[in-house]
Design a protein around this ligand. Structure first.
Ligand SMILES: Nc1ncnc2c1ncn2[C@@H]1O[C@H](COP(=O)(O)OP(=O)(O)OP(=O)(O)O)[C@@H](O)[C@H]1O
Ligand SMILES: [Mg+2]
Length: 247
């Protein structure tokens, strides 16, 4: 179960600084006293503590500008925390750089709101690209492609180009691309932000299916109805502060 620990919002009232509890060795993701201030002074995250266990599915919700994307960026090392520890799959991202960071990133699947597919490549090539880039042998790449496309219901569109697909289909290609390297953790930043309710639910159902086979899934969304339908816990960010799961 997801655990949200002390929050600055509660400790500030007492006037004493928050003391972050020790990190949890079982957690897939563990944040301890994490703050992120961008170079222009924007405070995106403030003293965030959070544990996400292996195999959990967690929604991160909150208004625009509340820090959701920043939280995910810290998890895949796109940004670094100014304070605190960000531990993913046993690695402390606050200090990880170079090859060791690249290695961890290969174990993290990422899905974005705007899909980020390569326009002049087919669906199959888009999904294969990450494996080519990792130098995986051709045979192994081919062994993985069909199951990944099947998982998102797009095996029949393998030879299409992104512009020949609907938005929902493009997002499902981006999910196939994220999971083809069988990562233990999948991060999705507003994956349904550009989709209608039916396609949104289809995307969430695929993420639930991936979670049911053991992948830890963290999804940011504005969409409260999707959270209610999915029946998974949610934490909320507001002005950089993380609040407890709603019951
Ligand atoms: N590269 C950056 N440089 C400076 N400030 C930034 C940068 N990225 C984000 N911010 C600021 O950090 C805060 C959190 O931004 P973030 O993108 O994490 O919010 P969000 O919750 O994902 O919002 P949205 O729902 O609109 O995607 C905002 O105040 C934003 O302006
Ligand atoms: Mg965002």
């Amino acid at each position: 179960m997801t655990q949200v620990l002390t929050n600055q919002a509660t400790t500030a009232a007492s006037g004493s600084p928050p003391s972050a509890p020790p990190s949890n060795a079982d957690a897939m993701v563990s944040l301890r006293g994490v703050s992120k201030v961008y170079a222009n002074g924007s405070k995106a995250l403030i003293e965030v503590n959070l544990d996400i266990k292996r195999g959990d599915f967690l929604f991160v919700t909150g208004p625009s500008g509340s820090g959701k994307s920043t939280l995910l960026k810290l998890l895949y090392g796109e940004e670094h925390a100014n304070d605190g520890d960000v531990i993913v799959d046993g690695h402390n991202l606050s200090t990880l750089r170079g090859d060791r960071l690249s290695h961890l990133r290969r174990r993290i699947g990422i899905v974005f709101q705007d899909y980020k597919l390569i326009p002049r490549r087919t669906v199959l090539e888009n999904v294969a690209f990450v494996l080519w880039a990792q130098g995986m042998p051709r045979k192994e790449i081919h062994r993985r492609l069909q199951p990944a496309l099947k998982m998102v219901g797009l095996a029949h569109k393998a030879d299409c180009f992104p512009e020949q697909l609907s938005g929902g289909e493009q997002q499902r290609v981006s999910i196939a691309r994220a999971i083809v390297s069988t990562p233990p953790i999948l991060l999705a930043d507003e994956p349904t932000g550009n989709l209608d309710p039916e396609n949104s639910w289809q995307v969430i159902k695929i993420l639930k299916k991936l979670n049911s086979v053991g992948i830890t899934v963290i999804v940011t969304t504005h969409d409260e109805s999707l959270i209610r339908l999915s029946n998974h816990p949610a934490v909320q960010l507001r002005n950089g502060y993380l609040y407890r799961p709603r019951q």
